[in-house]
Design a protein around this ligand. Structure first.
Ligand code: GCU
Length: 434
């Protein structure tokens, strides 16, 4: 092979290497080439109607919504987007793994609770790390979210159990050969301002998503699938993907928090960033026990309207992450207008509960304006249920949160979770949960 013959070959290797690196990074803020980032090139489209039943009749009352249309839309999301929830919820067993009464310099009670999904201590399980304020006199409202790198990445505290589950390789953060090392402790602490959260009177519960379903395409053999779905040879088109499994885990976490004497189970908000923001929305949409729902930079498949094809597209997400959604979702690759749903309907499923959608200015891949628009277009359902939606569909002003019965902000900066974001979530929770 001469040099010029070699060049395309090398380019392919380098490109696929970069592609794999991109897929495996949760810090992605790049704008991959070949996608639309220009508002003037957003195609024209009609959104599926929120307030019309499948038989064509109009939804006129909150009763029509609650008893008919809501369940139609929920089924459509199960059939065409996320797939069915994992079947056969096992009997949960919990064990308190550790408790520290004076964590964070005395400000918090820190507990680690293992939730076993079977009778077997070595079978699938997940750990919940819970912080609650030490000085709380009554059970506290609590935020619960999945994390990307293990509970031990949330805070450097050496007593937090280092996950033994699969982790994404990342030498810089101390994840080697898919195992976490001591170096990985506290590496995500900037995204989890635990002291700030407890000092405002809230609890924080977090679970490592890799305990539930490791985030790679293995044909649904590991995590909870090994227990709940022993035969995956012929998966149905509407069998749930990983987002469905992760959302299911949030509901199991809520089962535990509902029994927790330190937490007010009727005031648990689900929170998530990026793919875990998509998960937070789906958990909140499918489990009405969540009192509030927060989506941080969730983008395509989360808050963003798919029909806009701005930044990441349905085809791209189904190709890069074939395990996240159900197989039926692939019908809408480059065919978004044929889908019976768009993501304003995901927001509507959360109504009348408060929902917060947050974007970042430099995170064009997630389509910030499209994230806001889906919340805006869910407005008629919030209004039908006696709440107000977003007042306007104008492009939002950066760093000027809008918080009524629903909330939106776009902040400066990249795809990330910052103290600014958390401050807004707590301000909004103060309005609705205190
Ligand atoms: C990729 C993916 C997004 C996702 C993000 C993340 O960028 O394309 O859909 O939200 O990863 O989860 O970090």
């Amino acid at each position: 092979m001469n040099r010029s013959q070699l060049r395309p070959f090398v380019t392919i290797i380098v490109t696929s290497f970069a592609f794999v690196a991109l897929l495996h990074s949760s810090e992605v803020s790049a704008q991959p080439a070949g996608y639309n980032y220009d508002e003037s090139k957003v195609p024209d489209f009609d959104l599926p109607e929120l307030l019309k039943l499948l038989d064509g009749s109009a939804v006129k009352s909150d009763e029509d919504w609650t008893s008919k249309r809501r369940s139609e839309i929920l089924s459509l999301f199960r059939e065409h987007v996320f797939g069915n929830d994992p079947a056969g919820v096992p009997q949960l067993r919990t064990r308190e793994r550790s408790r520290k009464q004076d964590a964070l310099g005395g400000r918090a009670v820190r507990r680690q609770i293992t939730v076993f999904f079977s009778d077997d201590d070595d079978g699938p399980s997940m750990d919940i790390l819970i912080y609650t304020p030490t000085d709380a006199k009554t059970p506290v409202p609590c935020f619960m979210g999945l994390n990307f790198h293990g509970n031990h990445s949330v805070d450097p505290d050496p007593d937090i159990h280092l996950t033994t589950s699969w982790v994404r390789n990342d030498t810089k953060r101390g994840n080697i050969d898919h195992r976490a090392t001591e170096k990985s402790r506290g590496q995500s602490s900037s995204r989890w301002p635990v002291e700030m959260i407890v000092s405002r009177g809230y609890g924080l519960a977090t679970i490592y998503y890799g305990d539930v379903d490791p985030d790679f395409d293995d044909g649904f053999k590991n995590g909870i699938h090994s227990l709940l779905e022993p035969d995956t040879t012929e998966r149905a088109g509407n069998a749930g993907g990983s987002i469905s499994a992760w959302a299911w885990a949030l509901s199991r976490g809520l089962d535990v928090l509902e029994m927790d004497p330190l937490v007010d189970g009727s005031k648990v908000s689900t929170f998530g960033h990026s793919r875990l923001g998509k998960t937070s929305l789906w958990a909140g949409a499918s489990d009405e026990r969540f009192a509030m729902v927060i989506s941080n930079d969730s983008g395509c498949g989360g808050a963003a309207l798919s029909r806009r094809r701005f930044g990441e597209t349905v085809k791209r997400i189904n190709t890069s992450f074939p395990h996240w959604f159900c197989i039926n979702h692939r019908q809408y690759n480059e065919n978004e207008n044929a889908s019976p749903v768009d993501h304003h309907m995901l927001m509507a499923l959360i109504a009348p509960r408060p929902v917060y959608v947050a974007s970042a200015e430099d995170d064009k891949w997630a389509d910030p304006h499209g994230e806001m628009l889906s919340l805006y277009h869910a407005g008629p359902v919030f209004e039908l249920l006696g709440r107000s939606g977003l007042p306007s569909n104008d492009v939002a002003t950066v760093n000027k949160p809008i918080q009524t019965d629903v909330a939106y902000h776009i902040r400066t900066g990249k795809h990330d979770v910052t103290d600014f974001d958390w401050t807004q979530y707590m301000n909004f929770a103060d309005l609705h949960l205190k």
